[in-house]
Write a protein that binds this ligand. Sequence first.
Ligand code: FNR
Length: 362
Amino acid sequence: MHPNCPTEFRHESSTDPDTLPCCFLFRVVLAPLTRQRSYGNVPQPHAVLYYSQRTTPGGLLIAEATGVSDTAQGYTDTPGIWTREQVEAWKPIVDAVHAKGGFFFCQIWHCGRVSNRGFQPNGQDPISSTDKPLTPGIDEARFTPPRRLRTEEIPAIVDDFRLAARNAIEAGFDGVEIHGAHGYLIDQFMKDEVNDRTDKYGGSLEKRCRFALEIVEAVANEIGPDRVGIRLSPFADYMESGDSNPEALGLHMAESLNQYGILYCHMVEPRMTAVGEMEQCPRTLRKAFKGTFIVAGGYAKEDGNKAVEEGRGDLVAYGRLFLANPDLPRRFRQDAPLNKYDRTTFYTPDPVVGYTDYPFLE
Ligand code: FNR
């Protein structure tokens, strides 16, 4: 058993406890998936069915990215966890997952410059580590230029994550996953292609990671390290967030996280290589982190099992396959055929279509 695993996460009664490298009963994890059906940033009743459909007793679900404050948003109808109304709205959703014996972590998120003035309070500029704008692309209004945070403003943002974690626990979540991946605010500090600061939050690798680690420390102190995970994607350059040395970045984070004793590190694998092979994150990263290691990105049943067998991860998070197959663990166990996912309904507002109407096995 993992030493950071809290007692209530341990499955001593599991039929096969010795083979479990972690506290969770199933190795198949629901990856965080933004679905843009939280109207007005408030989680909706239809999410009760969506998440409970994807719950297996003992399994871990990670909720969709959830804003930590009114400056955190960058997409329509994504949920938040900074107001009383939002906290109350999460409660029945969390209760439904618990009623079926699942563990539920809330992914806490700040978009940073992946936003525009329309999402910001008083139409202000989105905030970031930098004032470098994202390439607007075809839709000029999608991103408006960010404002670089002043050094003295940063502790307040760290505190927003701390409060969001406190709120998540109050809503009943078992813990939080800090969203440090995919080019959002925390990644905008970590990656050297974005962070052009000259203060104590920019420059060397250590300084670029300071913001992320301050958040980890604040959140771990607030709710206990055994309730905290973090998602990282050092190899990804999504939202123009590349890094010149992703392996060094991943390694530095994996090693530094150990001092806080957090429950897990959730690593997004590098993308497909040019020759179409799935490139895996170097073993050094897994070895460096002492807690539970979750891997994600492009996995199917076989290579997920292989990753666990080879010790490259303790658990495997599935995104698109779980989105389209609410009973994914059962289908894997029975080698049953999988429903295909429909990209066109990933982010549509319909409370049913493409959300809770994917069929179960008979
Ligand atoms: C995502 N992904 C994602 N990642 C994250 O950290 N927070 C999020 O809210 C989302 N939202 C999201 C929505 C949708 C519709 C997709 C398809 C993806 C990334 C996701 O968690 C996962 O890492 C990727 O989908 C790759 O894993 P799969 O799908 O190949 O198993």
